[in-house]
Design a protein around this ligand. Structure first.
Ligand SMILES: [Zn+2]
Length: 198
């Protein structure tokens, strides 16, 4: 399945896996094949004309991790860089049974689960404060997640961008039983499929 073992992982350098784009058009060119081969089929919206605007970053979905690249647009202003790089790196580290196979298995559902768990792990990595958030990140997170701002989005956009809901569902499930967090991590990083009932 092309999953990395830790010995191999230690020989990989950041510049081998990150591709930094200087502007949005450059990222858009890189994103096109991943959009048409994966995201377009998986991210569902009630509005057939809706498109997902360009993300700040994405990970190419090769089964072989060694071939995956993390693309980011470093001119984007709206992102918390630590959070974005960490989020994308968690996708890159994910076992192929989790990303892309589970991600695309039930369009509109399993992709949300992957994003929710990826956000949860991302926030856990940013340790020190509630849910792993620094005060600054917490402030940004609350602004972005506030129900008001999610509700403000157009209906078609809400379906594609309901990442606060993705995170909340993931967190609720992980906290629901003592073994859930362990099971989720085994699935994300080792490909041990588990029941994810949210
Ligand atoms: Zn993501």
């Amino acid at each position: 399945m092309g999953h990395l073992h830790s010995r191999e992982f230690h020989s990989i350098q950041a510049q081998q896996i990150f591709v930094l784009h200087a502007d949005e058009p450059s990222l858009r060119v890189a994103f096109a094949p991943t959009w048409s081969n994966l995201f377009q089929r998986v991210v569902q919206s009630p509005d057939p004309a809706a498109t997902v605007s360009l993300p700040g970053g994405f990970v190419t979905p090769e089964l072989d991790q060694r071939k995956r690249k993390i693309h980011v647009n470093i001119s984007a202003q709206e992102f918390d860089w630590l959070g974005l790089f960490t989020h994308e790196f968690v996708h890159w580290l994910s076992h192929p049974r989790f990303y892309p196979l589970f991600y695309k298995s039930v369009p509109g559902t399993t992709n949300d689960i992957v994003e929710g768990l990826t956000d949860y792990i991302t926030l856990k990595c940013m340790k020190g404060y509630a849910d792993g958030l620094t005060p600054v990140a917490m402030q940004e997170y609350l602004c972005a997640c506030a129900a008001r701002s999610v509700a403000k989005l157009k209906k078609s956009e809400r379906a594609a961008y309901n990442w606060a809901g993705q995170y909340t569902r993931a967190r609720n499930w992980l906290k629901a039983a003592p073994g859930n967090e362990r099971a989720a991590l085994e699935f994300v990083f080792r490909g041990v499929q588990t029941h994810l009932p949210f």
